[in-house]
Write a protein that binds this ligand. Structure first.
Ligand code: NZQ
Ligand code: ZN
Length: 386
């Protein structure tokens, strides 16, 4: 196991009706809250009214920034930052999925910065602080509820960049699985694929720590077990609860403490989203299985064998290469069975400029840490994904 430093400052309140704490918890940070939310799901489910009441009971004045897009835009971060400055906001509260929580982090940082917040996302300047951030999670997918990361798109420059700072951990996040009952079939599927990808981007790692690997397997097995149950029965509490905390554990440092991050899938997906504004989970679903198929060789066959047997329940066999490839087929089959896309054309990306995508994704010589891929490799994977 390699050396590591682990710190995560976010408090988690998990369970049905834990959202009722939002007023009291928010009040600890002051009496002016900027409520950040998406395109309307929280109004349709009644969560918006519930939260406004809970905040107002505590004499909190609520300012609002709704309309955050899936794949949040830098323009929203600028607008939110200005609102915080104008109204002397004490806490930025994101209520929604990863897009909303990511936006809340950018906004809270922009509030204490005089320049353009894109400077953070383009890694031009280091953030020197942020207003306190908190979240009420409504979609199990990104892990944003318990990590410092924020992923924002600048569609003018076709850049979707991830960034985070020591100041952008939410102070608290409320995880009430019943708030995810209303998530659509497709978004639930996107969440399932996102969680799995977060985990396998740590599982396929050169460090190969035993404990880290077993923790990864536990999360992947949980998601493979409960994902289809949640899809079939959206109000199944155990299924939604297991998916929800799996999403948190997948990207809060718990499975990235010793194994290093692979990176190909997320980096390339962010380029696809920046070019075509597709859902993050759709892009990952297209890339992941084709990436596995491309990288499998005699150097990593034992790792794929372990993946096939321990995660997908493939029968052990002396022929490890055969079992390994059956494991990859199981990923294709699982994604197909939950109606997730496996080809770019499934998300209406027809005749893409592959060189443009490849050049944006591979900024240096290679991409990926488990297997270093050249531009030619990446183009090959994309061609098989057409
Ligand atoms: O906008 P509203 O109306 O809220 O609807 C959203 C949106 O249309 C809807 N939704 C959310 N909760 C719902 C619901 N609909 C019904 N009932 C509910 N309870 O779902 C749609 C997608 O929401 P979004 O927040 O975009 O999804 P997700 O949580 O998957 O977040 C995706 C974003 O997070 C980034 C992605 O790149 C993408 O921009 N990521 C953030 C990461 C992080 N911060 O650590 C890591 C990830 O790898 C990822 O890159
Ligand atoms: Zn992701």
């Amino acid at each position: 196991m390699k050396k590591f430093y682990f710190h995560n400052s976010t408090k988690i309140y998990f369970g049905e009706d834990e959202v009722n704490r939002v007023g009291k918890l928010s009040k600890e940070f002051g009496s002016k809250v900027l409520l950040v939310y998406g395109k309307g799901s929280i109004k349709r489910t009644g969560l918006y009214d519930r939260i406004i009441k809970l905040l107002e009971v505590e004499d909190i004045k609520v300012f609002e920034l709704g309309g955050i897009d899936p794949n949040p835009r830098i323009e929203s971060i600028r607008e939110g930052g200005d609102l915080c400055k104008k109204h002397n906001i004490d806490l930025v509260l994101g209520v929604g999925g990863g897009s909303v929580i990511d936006a809340a982090k950018g906004i809270a940082s922009a509030a204490l910065y005089d320049g353009d917040p894109w400077d953070f996302y383009s890694h031009k300047v280091e953030s020197k602080g942020a207003l306190p951030i908190a979240s009420v999670l409504t979609l199990a997918a990104t892990g944003s509820e318990m990590n410092p990361w924020s992923v924002v798109t600048n569609f003018k420059t076709k850049d979707k960049n991830g960034w985070g700072s020591a100041y952008t951990y939410p102070k608290f996040s409320i995880l009430d699985p019943t708030l995810t009952y209303s998530v659509s079939y497709h978004q639930t599927g996107c969440g399932i694929v996102d969680i799995l990808t977060h985990v396998y981007e740590f599982y396929f790692s050169k460090e190969d720590s035993y404990l880290n690997n077993r923790m990864c397997e536990a999360i992947m097995k949980t998601v493979i077990h409960y994902g289809p149950i949640a899809l079939k029965d959206p109000n199944n509490y155990e299924a939604r609860a297991n998916l929800m905390f799996s999403s948190t554990l997948a990207l809060n440092g718990s499975v990235g403490f010793s194994n290093s991050w692979e990176g190909f899938n997320h980096t390339t997906e962010h380029v696809l989203s920046a070019f075509y504004d597709i859902a993050h989970g759709d892009g990952l679903s297209i890339l992941g299985p084709h990436w596995m198929k491309h990288i499998l060789d005699e150097n990593n066959v034992e790792k794929f064998y372990e993946f096939a047997v321990n995660v997908w329940g493939i029968e052990p066999d002396e022929d490890h290469a055969y079992v390994a490839s059956k494991g990859i087929s199981a990923v294709f089959d699982f994604y197909r069975s939950i109606e997730m896309p496996l080809r770019l054309k499934d998300v209406d990306i027809i005749d893409p400029d592959l060189d443009e995508i490849v050049n944006k994704a591979v900024s240096g010589e290679t991409i990926g840490s488990f297997v270093k891929l050249t531009k030619e490799d990446v183009k090959h994977i994309l061609m098989f994904s057409l």
